[in-house]
Design a protein around this ligand. Structure first.
Ligand SMILES: [Zn+2]
Length: 326
């Protein structure tokens, strides 16, 4: 058992969350709570939150019955049979929350937080950490969803001026790098570039997943949070399988990115960030930062590192396990 403190939602009058246990804790929220103030009676219907696993930090999750918030990330509670993940890669790790709704109306919440002290002040390009394992380490972790197909669009609005001539190519390279690694066959999912779009990246500045128009857009956001890249992935359960219905990736212009392989100064490699975020879209979860240092799906990224521009064998194996090869 663990003690959980009452939580205050920023979106609504005080909402009290009480939980029973770390695993499969049922959290009742809203009008049904005895300690809720009268104002909450007009709030959305009672929502039951269930922690997906022992790692889920239910004490850090707040809801007003419409949205779920966790450490600066916000997602809207989906319809029954659907789910959404907000995954934010920061300079020192990665933060995510996945919220899904069961047929019985209960809301299952999974949180994931990794903090690592990796080199961040840098003015020289570095390459893969533990490169010897790039094509031998087979570790991967799966989120549980798959894209049925992957047509993606780029919204260039807000491109940092220093990258105006190179960003699109680096984003394309970061996406096509999903295809294969280490001399293996191509995975069975081809990423198709649909072209430029004026459709918005549906990621809010603070780190919120603000909607799903069904179009997979990548682009720039002047984010206020501590995230370099953030991906919102929506899925629904069809015949027992989680199928992605939309996935958007935002790149935070509050940070400095680079695309070259020289003259880096405290900046982050655009292609590497894109490839990691694409991994989330396609259904990869993180692997351990230290044990699997050569993998793209480690949580943290060092400044000036170009070592994650291509998949490690484990990243590839995860994708091949989901999509097969061709
Ligand atoms: Zn991540």
């Amino acid at each position: 058992m663990r003690n959980l403190l009452p939580l205050r939602s920023a979106l609504a009058p005080t909402t009290t969350v009480a939980a029973l246990a770390a695993v499969a804790a049922t959290v009742a929220v809203g009008a049904g709570i005895a300690t809720a103030p009268a104002a909450v009676s007009a709030a959305p219907a009672r929502v039951a939150l269930v922690a997906a696993d022992a790692e889920t930090d239910v004490a850090a999750v707040a809801t007003d019955g419409t949205n779920v918030r966790y450490q600066g990330l916000t997602v809207r509670i989906p319809a029954a049979g659907e789910g959404v993940q907000a995954a934010a890669q920061s300079t020192s790790g990665d933060l995510s929350i996945t919220v899904s709704r069961s047929a019985d109306g209960s809301v299952v919440v999974k949180t994931d937080k990794h903090e690592h002290s990796v080199a961040q002040a840098a003015n020289a390009i570095t390459t893969r950490t533990d490169a010897a394992k790039t094509c031998t380490d087979t570790a991967y972790a799966l989120a549980g969803w798959k894209l049925p197909s992957f047509t993606w669009y780029y919204n260039p609005a807000g491109t940092p001026s220093a990258l105006s001539g190179t960003a699109a190519a680096a984003i394309t390279s970061g996406t096509t790098a999903l295809n294969s690694a280490c001399g293996q066959r191509s995975i069975g999912l081809a990423a198709n570039y649909g072209g430029q779009t004026s459709a918005a990246v549906q990621v809010g500045a603070a780190g919120n997943c603000i909607g799903n128009d069904g179009r997979n857009v990548i682009g720039w956001v002047a984010g206020s949070g501590k995230w370099l890249g953030m991906t919102c992935t929506y899925y629904k359960t069809v015949n027992g399988a989680k199928t992605v219905t939309g996935t958007d990736t935002a790149l935070n212009t509050q940070y400095k990115f680079f695309t070259a392989t020289a003259n880096c100064s405290n900046a982050y490699d655009l292609q590497s960030v894109v490839l990691h975020e694409r991994g989330h879209s396609l259904g990869l979860n993180h692997v351990d930062q230290t044990a699997h240092a050569s993998a793209v799906m480690t949580p943290a990224l060092s400044a000036c590192s170009v070592g994650k521009r291509t998949l490690g064998l484990g990243d590839y194996k995860g994708l091949a396990a989901m999509y097969g090869t061709r």
